[in-house]
Write a protein that binds this ligand. Structure first.
Ligand SMILES: Nc1ncnc2c1ncn2[C@@H]1O[C@H](COP(=O)(O)OP(=O)(O)OP(=O)(O)O)[C@@H](O)[C@H]1O
Ligand SMILES: [Mg+2]
Length: 353
């Protein structure tokens, strides 16, 4: 990787806000102490880049959003990194001082597994919230390894919910109502605010995904940098438009994350370029590389942040999370939302239709 491509993030951000803090000064001094490697020694260059990123990101506190930000992580294409992105971004934000809830809205229960959250049949789950009017506060579990990271688990029961929801009253609003009353209840009980919510969706556009779209204000689309990556995207965007027109005027695609990126292949580069061309404002600068550590972590019931926090994959998710967090405090953006899809709110300038 070209070192110039790495956004250290420290200088530009600090320049426009406030003078460098002593902590930032210390980090910059350490970063400056690492020798610059040229491309004749690619491995050494990569190690130097990672060392800089580690120094810069370790223990950094991210700014809290103005209000709770609710994301639906969706792509009807399977295996593109929805769950991996949900849990690792959530872990990155939580380890950086924010409070994060992951709602596992996929019967596969992969997000619950990756977060090490109990989700065998019978455990109170998203299914009970959607179908049995159980409050989210009764199903949410806190991660044993990352304080401030919570998960509403999915059990296999959720696979029946698509059909059971069909005949229910206000079937598209059930998750939204549950989240709104959970967030309100926390505030009434004097519990600290949840800063971020990620709803991990199944690879389909059925009622579970519709519920997630009605719940969130922001959609995060992970795109795998492979052939066919953009196929199906227009269908996804059409669906989002339909939801916006009929059920949730505030919904918009705020974030696109390139996943499983392999910079050595022309194909990945081409896909990345095409995505950035179509979605210049939404696509994060950080692309998540293909990484063995990322794929290994779930089998240990862990996110890559705790499994191997210094790995390239963990650093990429930390960087992506920092980009998201910083966008959330920029005054030009209106990302804030508290469990309500009914306000038409102004949308991000760069929204794609
Ligand atoms: N950056 C990465 N590097 C290597 N492997 C990855 C990466 N991101 C995801 N994977 C692996 O790719 C597979 C699919 O990822 P994931 O489960 O997150 O996709 P998904 O979109 O949630 O899938 P589904 O549509 O089935 O819900 C998993 O085995 C995961 O470990
Ligand atoms: Mg998944």
């Amino acid at each position: 990787m070209d070192q110039d491509d790495v956004d250290t993030g420290l200088r530009p951000y600090s320049d426009v806000t406030k003078p460098l803090s002593p902590d930032d000064e210390r980090r910059l001094a350490l970063i400056d102490a690492i020798p610059v490697m040229d491309e004749s020694t690619p491995l050494a260059a990569q190690l130097a880049v990672d060392a800089r990123r580690r120094i810069e990101l370790a223990g950094q506190k991210f700014p809290p959003p103005l209000q709770t930000r609710v994301f639906t992580v969706a792509n009807q294409k399977g295996g593109v990194g929805k769950t991996t992105t949900s849990v690792n971004l959530a872990a990155a934000l939580a380890t950086s001082g924010l409070r994060v809830l992951v709602i596992d809205n996929d019967p596969q229960g992969n997000a619950s597994t990756a977060l090490g959250i109990e989700h065998q049949s019978g455990v109170p789950s998203t299914y009970d919230v959607l179908i049995n009017d159980v409050g989210l506060e009764e199903v949410v579990q806190e991660s044993a390894v990352i304080p401030g990271l919570y998960c509403a688990p999915a059990t296999i029961d959720l696979s029946g919910a698509e059909i059971e929801l069909v005949s229910m009253v206000a079937r598209e609003n059930r998750l939204r109502n549950a989240l709104a009353s959970y967030l309100k209840g926390r505030s009434q009980r004097g519990e600290p605010r949840i800063d971020y919510v990620f709803v991990d969706c199944p690879p389909s556009l059925g009622l579970l995904t519709v519920n997630a779209f009605v719940t969130a204000r922001e959609v995060l689309i992970p795109i795998q940098c492979e052939y066919y990556a953009l196929e199906g995207l227009s269908q996804l965007l059409n669906n989002i438009n339909l939801i916006r027109a009929h059920l949730n005027p505030a919904l918009h695609v705020s974030t696109i994350l390139l996943t499983m990126f392999d910079g050595r292949t022309n194909l990945a580069q081409q896909v990345a370029e095409e995505v950035r061309e179509h979605f210049p404002d939404q696509t994060l600068r950080t692309a998540v590389p293909r990484s063995v550590r990322i794929s290994e972590a779930p089998s240990y019931g862990q996110t890559v942040l705790t499994y191997d926090g210094g790995s390239t994959g963990a650093l990429a998710y930390l960087e992506a999370a920092r980009e998201i967090a910083r966008r959330g405090v920029e005054p030009r953006n209106d990302y804030a939302q508290v469990g309500s899809g009914s306000d038409s709110g102004t949308r991000n300038e760069g929204d794609q239709q």
